[in-house]
Design a protein around this ligand. Structure first.
Ligand code: TXA
Ligand code: MG
Length: 292
C-alpha cells in the first residue's frame, strides 16, 4: 500500500511480513541488493528494529525525529534479511506527515517503504505519479496532497564512531552539524565502495536528457526542450518552471521530470543552484539524473 510522507510517497509493507516485503521488490522491479527503510510511528518501535543506538544517534533522533532523516543502525535479530538486502544494518525513519503518522499508528508495527516508483524513475511526489508507475501492481494508494519537500530523506550511517551522511535529503548537512559537529560526508565519488547500496543504482531519471546549466550559459530553446530553475530567462522553452526559490525548485523537480516525459520533451535544462541547505540535495538529484 502506498502512502504520502513529507519527502516522497512510499510503498509500505509490515517489516516482519516477508511475503509482503518480497512483493514490494517485485512491484517496483527493485534490485534485491537495495535495502529498504523501516518507518516507525512511535519511538518505542525502535527497539523492535535496532540492536544498538549509539549516544550520537540518540542525539540525532531527539533533534530530527519525526522528520526527513533516516538513521542506519545495527539491526535486531527479528528483522528479516530480505528487508535489509542481507545487511546487518537497517535504515529507520519516523515521518512527520500527519497521514503517514496516522497510517503507521493504525498498522501498529514498523513498515518498510521504498519510494513508490518503478526503480530508476523519479520518486513520486503526488499520488498520480504513484498511480502512473504502479497501477495494477499494488493494492491501493492512500491519497494525500503533493509532498511538501519533494526529495527523499537524508540517510545517515550511525554504525561507526561518528555520523556519516550516505544520501543528502530533507535535513541538510549544516542542520546535522549544529547537533553533531563531527558528521562526515560518505558515499564518495573517488571509487571507494559505497556504503549505501542504493546509490550504485540508476536513479531519478526522466526519459529526456538532463543538462545542468548555469545562468551564464543561457541555452537557446529548441524543439522539445524544457527548463526548470529560479531565473526568469528560462521562460520561452516549450515547458518551463520558474521556481520561487530553491525550496520550491526541490518541491517541484521530480513532478516536472514526469510532466516532461508525459509530453515527450527530449531535453531538460536544469539550472544549477548553490549547494547549501536543500540546494545540496537538489543538486545531488539533478547530477544523478544528468549523469545516469
Ligand atoms: O524519504 C525517503 O527516504 C523515502 C520515503 C518513502 O520515506 N524513502 C526512500 O526509500 O527514499 P528508497 O528505498 O527509495 O531509498 C532508500 C535509500 C537507498 O539509497 C538505500 O540503499 C539506502 O536508503 N539504505 C536503506 N537501508 C540502508 C542500509 N541498511 N544501509 C545503507 N543504506 C541503506
Ligand atoms: Mg527510491
Amino acid at each position: 500500500m502506498a502512502f504520502p510522507t513529507e519527502t516522497v510517497y512510499g510503498l509500505g509493507a509490515g517489516v516482519f511480513n516477508e511475503a509482503a516485503v518480497k512483493r514490494i521488490f517485485e512491484a517496483k522491479r527493485r534490485p534485491a541488493d537495495n535495502p529498504l527503510i523501516a518507518h516507525i510511528g512511535s519511538l518505542e518501535q525502535l527497539d523492535q528494529l535496532a540492536a544498538e543506538v549509539k549516544p550520537f544517534a540518540r542525539v540525532l533522533i531527539e533533534s530530527f525525529f519525526p522528520g526527513p532523516l533516516t538513521l542506519v543502525l545495527k539491526k535486531s535479530e527479528r528483522v528479516p534479511l530480505i528487508a535489509t538486502a542481507r545487511l546487518d544494518t537497517i535504515g529507520i525513519r519516523m515521518p512527520k506527515h500527519s497521514l503517514a503518522q496516522a497510517f503507521l499508528k493504525a498498522c501498529g508495527m514498523p513498515v518498510v517503504a521504498p519510494s513508490a516508483n518503478i526503480s530508476g524513475r523519479p520518486s513520486p511526489t503526488t499520488w498520480k505519479a504513484v498511480y502512473e508507475d504502479l497501477n495494477g501492481r499494488i493494492d491501493c494508494i492512500l491519497q494525500g496532497e503533493a509532498t511538501e519537500i519533494g526529495l527523499e530523506s537524508t540517510v545517515v550511517d550511525c554504525t561507526s564512531d561518528r555520523p556519516i551522511v550516505l544520501r543528502l535529503g530533507g535535513v541538510s548537512l549544516s542542520d546535522i552539524e549544529t547537533v553533531s559537529p563531527d558528521v562526515e560526508m560518505g558515499g564518495s565519488t573517488d571509487g571507494t565502495p559505497l556504503r549505501s547500496p542504493g546509490l550504485r543504482h540508476k536513479h531519478y531519471s526522466p526519459k529526456a536528457t538532463v543538462i545542468i546549466t548555469e545562468k551564464r550559459d543561457r541555452p537557446q530553446p529548441t524543439q522539445k526542450s524544457a527548463f526548470i530553475g529560479t531565473s526568469e530567462w528560462g521562460k520561452g522553452f516549450e515547458r518551463s518552471y520558474i521556481a520561487k526559490d530553491v525550496t520550491d525548485y526541490a518541491h517541484t523537480l521530480f513532478e516536472f521530470f514526469r510532466e516532461c516525459d508525459r509530453e515527450g520533451i527530449e531535453t531538460i535544462y536544469c539550472e544549477a543552484v548553490p549547494e547549501s541547505g536543500i540546494g545540496a540535495a537538489l543538486m545531488d538529484r539533478i547530477k544523478r539524473a544528468a549523469h545516469g
